[in-house]
Write a protein that binds this ligand. Sequence first.
Ligand code: SF4
Ligand code: SF4
Length: 323
Amino acid sequence: MLSAQFRPWHIPLFLAKYGWLHVTRRPVLVHFEVTLRCNARCGFCDYWKTPSDARHDEVQSFADAARFFNPMMITFTGGEPLLRRDLEDLVAGVDAAVGLKYTTLITHGGMLTAERAVSLNRAGIHQFNISLDYLDGRHDQARAIPGLTARIMDTIPAMQAKGVSAIRFNTVIKDDNLGEMMPLVHRAAELGVGVNFSVYTDFKNGNATHRLGAAHLAELDAIIDELLAYKRRRRGVITSSDAYLESIPRWVRGQLAKPCESGIRTIHIDPVGHVKRCPDFPTDFHWREWTSYEPIKCDRCFYACRGEAQAPLRWSRVQDVFA
Ligand code: SF4
Ligand code: SF4
């Protein structure tokens, strides 16, 4: 599901850029963590404990780093990126620095308004990814933001009414929301948005409460089958690749033997400009000293950013893009 700002003829250009990045061993996707501060209070992430005065150390521009990496895909993330009042300036700087790219913002949605979405869209954000793990008050409780789910449901039509149409739910599959997966997909279809799945890990802060384990495998297998069947009937709503979805139960069973390739096709740049191979590893160097990463024997997570980067390119993926 590409943003309406792109046309089918952009696809060969993206494929050519992908080939160039692959040959030169440069990351295809760069995540700019514009702040680690956050005004949610999730039990599975400690970013919200970042002191507010950390903002004084946050860089004022990622444009030079963006120009250096010249990636095909760019994500602005956090913490909560909308806490940065200068987010439009950060986005516009990166937008001017990189030619062909697809730019996404990840937000919990609690501060997102249609007006802010329009202003970020004008600055260069093509797609808005809003975290949503449940369709009811459990999501508000998990993020400790009262009224969050209702707010998201109101904001999306308001964004669409103003012409901001590339919107996805970022949904983390956990122990207690397996029954929410298909209702979430159906709600997304009604709203005209996509759903991008990821899977819970306790690597962020050691909170194992929501980890999937042996007790959930039968239900997980059934849900994944349902999601894949839905994709065969209708593409363009579930934006996760078939290969990634199929691999989730194998990861839960500990059957993924391949080393993790994080840091090769995707990197994260933290708020002070340091590079890490994935969101939850420590930083290794400043982006100016970047050297490419090697695969690592780690299986602590199966986030979409790991699983999608390693997913083989199949015809079903091409169908997803065209849908
Ligand atoms: S998971 Fe996201 S919304 Fe929750 S505290 Fe961490 S950065 Fe904030
Ligand atoms: S499996 Fe890869 S992406 Fe996940 S925590 Fe380990 S190194 Fe990071």
